[in-house]
Design a protein around this ligand. Structure first.
Ligand code: 13P
Length: 259
């Protein structure tokens, strides 16, 4: 890996109310050491209703964990019942916002154009987007996974400046590996993350591609994290299920300690 600091993110999806969120984050802070945080950036992405509570705990106890959100709208304000604007998240000291998670795309019908608008809105609010991409099982079996991911990344980054891309995060999450217990092999995950980096190099420059951080997501667990993280183009993990438990998540962050 180049000089990219790994980023390990816990996407809690629709789990943990704000009481559970506070407990989880406090427990996580006991599990993680100073060295862990020096070596790895760690973020948690709780549901919207938990953000203020988690922010308060992180601030009050000076816990060096980054606060993340799972989603936002791309407009600043307006008649969008149920939606949350990027600047509302920025006011809560949210650092990172996931854009275009496959569940948002598949269950809520988010299009590439909307994901692109979100990426730009997140950047405009001075937060860092985690742009998600990933193929379905059918696409993988048909041999079109590379094409699919290339199209998603190209569309997601449309109109985004090179220096912004250099500082952002892209998460490769094959849909067939999410919540299924099936992980891409480290070699397959590496190949796809290298494809993503290649797309960034083609769209921008090699230097931009060398700087962007690429996460793998899909059934990452303490047991498989070391082999995934050892791959040269994998700079982190976007963890779902295993991030709900502070001890499991901490073990993933501590992948370097695996023997
Ligand atoms: P799992 O780790 O539960 O497979 O979820 C991955 C994911 O979707 C993270 O965003």
């Amino acid at each position: 890996m180049a000089d990219r600091k790994p980023l390990i993110s816990g996407n809690w999806k629709m789990h943990h109310n704000h009481f559970e969120a506070i407990q989880t984050v406090q427990k996580l802070s006991y599990e993680l050491t100073k060295e862990d945080i020096e070596e790895v950036d760690v973020s948690v992405h709780p549901p919207f209703t938990d953000l203020r509570s988690v922010q308060t705990v992180l601030d009050a106890d000076k816990i060096p964990i980054l606060l993340g959100a799972q989603h936002c709208h791309f407009e600043d304000k307006g008649a969008f019942t149920g939606e949350v604007a990027p600047n509302m998240l920025a006011k809560l000291n949210v650092d990172l916002v996931i854009a275009g998670h496959s569940e948002r795309r598949q269950v809520f019908g988010e299009t590439d154009e909307e994901v692109n608008a979100k990426v730009k809105a997140i950047l405009a609010a001075e937060m860092t987007p985690i742009l998600c991409c990933g193929e379905t099982l059918e696409e993988r079996e048909a041999g079109t996974a590379g094409e699919r991911v290339t199209a998603q990344v190209t569309a997601g980054l449309k109109g985004v400046k090179a220096e912004q891309v250099a500082a952002m995060v892209i998460a490769y999450e094959p849909i067939w590996a999410i919540g299924t217990g099936k992980t891409a092999t480290p070699e397959d995950a590496q190949e796809m993350c290298a494809t993503v980096r290649g797309v960034v190099a083609d769209l921008y420059t090699k230097a931009t591609a060398e700087s962007v951080r690429i996460q793998y997501g899909g059934s990452v667990k303490p047991g498989n994290a070391p082999d995934l993280m050892a791959q040269p183009d994998i700079d982190g993990a976007l963890v779902g299920g295993a991030s709900l438990d502070a001890v499991d998540f901490a073990r993933i962050v501590q992948y370097r300690n695996a023997v």
